[in-house]
Design a protein around this ligand. Sequence first.
Ligand SMILES: [Zn+2]
Length: 236
Amino acid sequence: MAFNYLKLLVFFGVYVRKVSNCLNVRQLVVSPFMKNLEEKILAQLRCGTCFLLPEVCLCSLIPNLNLSTKVSLIIHKLEMNRSSNTGRLALKALPNSAMIIRGLKNDTPDLSQLFDDEYETLLLYPSDDSIELTEDFVKGIKKKIQLIVPDGNWGQARKVHTRHKELANIKRVMIQRKGIDRQYLRKPHAENGMSTLQAIAYALGMIEGEAVQDQLLKLYNEKLTRTLRHYRRGQK
Ligand SMILES: [Zn+2]
């Protein structure tokens, strides 16, 4: 019932937007108000994992990849509900994963809780001292690997890299982005930026093999396609 009511509001919003376009008053009055209203309604309707609307939700396509490599995602609270977020899709696909939330008031997480002797822990972050993650590098590691991955924009990722002193001695690794698809859900803030799900896919491709990489990239491409299709439809 509530869902139908919200859908009705969305259709009403689209109708008003089209009429206002015809009357040429959209930029003056209607646009800011309707955009705000539409965004609030859409945020309520979106799936909490893939952030797509129910009719295009892709959660049934998320693979279940039970890997020995652990992925620990450090996510900023502002990133938790962004529709462009892909980190939460990665968590859903990877049972051996964990999420730690940053940016909560008066609650700075102690990331040393992630350290576990069972794993060789690596921070996935491109910095001057980062080592390129290659098959040879991975062969030199005798333990299982834990990848710590900062999720969010580059400002937020940089804060994980610089502010959490407990990570000071953790090896930084990066992905060489030669030939990597440059289409994004959001504009990266650094030259070698890519979405969180892409970064995890390429890193796990080196550690766990191409089949894992391919499944995660397929998921990313599906998210990208469905998001862009919805966005373009909204522009008409
Ligand atoms: Zn979903």
